[in-house]
Write a protein that binds this ligand. Structure first.
Ligand SMILES: Cc1cc2nc3c(=O)[nH]c(=O)nc-3n(C[C@H](O)[C@H](O)[C@H](O)COP(=O)(O)OP(=O)(O)OC[C@H]3O[C@@H](n4cnc5c(N)ncnc54)[C@H](O)[C@@H]3O)c2cc1C
Length: 293
């Protein structure tokens, strides 16, 4: 049966050219605002009537939101940076390769030409592919309202499916990622090999000294109402010998902390829990192999 084509609900449209103009505009508006970045989530949600904004603020003309810079030991990425620009960036490849690895598998080339890193985080999908690597890298986000600016650790940003701590008059302006030397692993499982949303994804950053895990940070997508950091695994592995036994134990914890929604599409609760275990084992084995050779 052919899908009925309905016009989008009416909305007011603004397209400020600077953060200063955006602040002036936000002071005048009351609510019902959606920011338009790449539009690859927003327009789909508007067509499905999941989101019905009264006002759309197009942030694509704000040049101050598109940049990738290394400042002291952090990478700063403007929220409207396109995913393909991030993949191509030598600054990102050299300093935070885990992010490159994760977004290389996100959607398709045409989508990544439009889609932005800020949009991927603000959409707050439990399966957003940029979230697990950025959680494992201890990233933070900068939120700006007309009167205030604050930095929030990404681990405190997501509060539920499609919900974040961001207020209606706050814009995510940049993502701040600390640079650290270590090994990285990202694995994503979708319903097919490519061009698809994750059913489960796992990202890990790790350092091994001698035969022991010195530092491991691990985050999972698609297994809970929000992307999650697996602190229980991290605590269990710290200072522990790298072995099949410790990795197997960590994988079991990944399964036990997974609480996927029964209503989530694309895979059952049981499958997601089982795959959280499998992917966690594989990322830890990859890190162990890379660090020890
Ligand atoms: C065919 C297809 C395949 C896809 N595959 C994947 C995939 O494999 N993995 C994946 O993770 N995603 C996937 N997506 C989802 C989507 O492409 C990404 O989430 C993308 O990064 C969203 O970015 P955007 O710039 O298009 O966001 P938009 O659609 O512009 O915005 C998304 C939401 O975030 C808000 N927002 C955007 N920027 C800001 C900001 N700076 N401050 C405050 N709020 C903001 C918007 O108001 C909106 O609510 C897919 C989408 C499509 C259509």
């Amino acid at each position: 049966m052919e899908e009925e084509i309905r016009p989008l609900p009416k909305f007011d449209y603004f397209s400020p050219h600077s953060l200063h103009d955006l602040s002036t505009l936000l002071k005048q508006l009351k609510g019902g605002i959606s920011f338009l970045a790449g539009g690859t989530d927003l327009l789909v949600n508007m067509k499905k009537r999941i989101t019905i904004p009264k006002v759309i603020i197009d942030i694509n003309r704000i040049q101050e939101l598109s940049f990738i810079e290394k400042r002291s030991n952090n990478i700063h990425v403007g929220s409207v940076t396109r995913l393909n620009n991030l993949i191509e960036s030598s600054i990102v490849q050299e300093n935070v390769p885990l992010l490159t690895e994760a977004i290389r598998f996100l959607a398709s080339h045409p989508i990544r030409n439009r889609a932005t890193i800020g949009g991927n985080l603000c959409t707050a999908s439990p399966a957003a592919d940029a979230a697990p690597p950025l959680l494992a890298l201890n990233a933070s986000v900068k939120l700006k309202s007309p009167d205030d600016e604050k930095i929030v650790p990404l681990s405190e940003f997501f509060v539920g499916p499609r919900q974040t701590v961001r207020k209606h008059n706050e814009i995510l302006t940049e993502i701040i990622i600390p640079c650290e030397k270590g090994s990285n692993a990202f694995m994503k499982l979708g319903r097919r090999r490519g061009f698809t949303l994750s059913v489960v994804s796992v990202a890990a950053f790790g350092i091994i000294k001698g035969d022991k895990f010195e530092d491991i940070r691990i985050a999972l997508g698609g297994v809970a109402p929000t992307p999650i950091r697996a602190y229980k695994i991290e605590e269990m592995l710290k200072g522990v010998e790298v072995s099949d036994r410790s990795i197997e134990k960590a994988a079991e914890i990944a399964k036990s902390i997974s609480k996927p929604s029964k209503r989530a599409k694309r895979a059952s609760v049981e499958y997601r829990e089982a795959m959280a275990r499998v992917l966690t084992k594989r990322v830890l084995m990859k890190i162990a192999f890379e660090e020890r050779g």
